[in-house]
Write a protein that binds this ligand. Sequence first.
Ligand code: 2PG
Ligand code: MG
Length: 424
Amino acid sequence: MTKDRIKTLQAMEILDSRGNPTVAVHLELEDGTQIISRIPSGASTGAHEAVELRDNDPARFGGKGVLGAVKNVNEVIAPALVGQSVSDQAAVDQRLLELDGDPRKAKLGANAILAVSQAVLGAAAQVHAEPLYRYLGGLNASVLPVPLLNVLNGGAHADNNVDIQEFMLAPVGAASFHEAMRMAQESYQALKKILQEKTLRTAVGDEGGFAPDLDSNRAALDLLIQALERAGLQPGQDIVLALDVAATELKREAGYAFEGSIKTGPQLIDYYHRLIRDYPIISIEDGLAEDDWENWQLMTERLGDQIQLVGDDIFVTNVDRIQKGIEEACANAVLIKLNQIGTVSETLQAIRLTHHAGWKAIVSHRSGETEDTTIADLAVAINGTQIKTGAPARGERIAKYNRLLAIEQMDPTLEYAGWEAFRP
Ligand code: 2PG
Ligand code: MG
């Protein structure tokens, strides 16, 4: 087959949902198939993530321009890949790794590399005339994920005084994906009404969740419970709660800056212990910082058989770090972000390793997103039983949920994961 060969590959500088520059790639195949892939960008990024190449030219976009990464695609990657088949993702990704040569992709930039890797994946699905989730997942793809909807924001994603970055709703009791979205949306609207009644701010954070000024993290949880009840739902049955503490952002020399004082790792773990006793919390992401392996182990020992403990900054979708986590029994789930590692193949490898350990792999957006919906298909393809992609509001978040609604509509063989998503 020659029609699946790359004819042209061209990058451009576009904008993400925060209005910052990011990389897009337009790819055309010999048979005329065309695709554009767009790359997201994080704010609470882990130190061990692959390198997002920025220009650091203060004269453009406050230094955040990505013309260097664009140039790397156009002048280094494109000449090497033109004529290659998109059907062999592993070969393309291997070539990308060789072209860069740096373990953190610092030479060409993980943003440049992923934009190409992801474009190749999308083009391959198109040329093989399959929806992306089916091309990637084959007959094995059988589950629609439980959405983890971030409805209340704090931390680095909001200008308020709430330490925990994300308070999420997981509609586990729904019978279908669209019912799950309805429940979450009605709770989100109920939350907005409650905030208005209390004359609290209804401005939203980067991922579409509300960002009111509140006295404590518990106050945020109380609001969520009220919102669920106002929406006629049963907390703990219809909807359970998930948190992303993003504790790397709270880490100081002496401990964690949390609720007005410096806390040790064990003190934070005690705090989570009380929190899960008092609220229907099913999952805590990044409860501790990216290099605090010792306390991650302690937290897993103490809480790991009661709730899901998700590693984001600690693992950064990197097989070496996930392997260490498995060996040392830190966490029991991994957050999966393509741009933390930089190629589709390495992401799939990270997912395989995670699943092999009996852990959950949760496909995730970044706080700076675009209209790209690749992650929705990825979540279905890998039977990832959960997806985290923001509030039921804002176009770049809704694009992913709408893609899942379309997949559900197109393919009645797929079943909504529901409670199964959290069973060991
Ligand atoms: C996270 C993400 C996405 P960011 O911490 O999980 O919600 O945030 O993209 O800013 O790293
Ligand atoms: Mg996180």
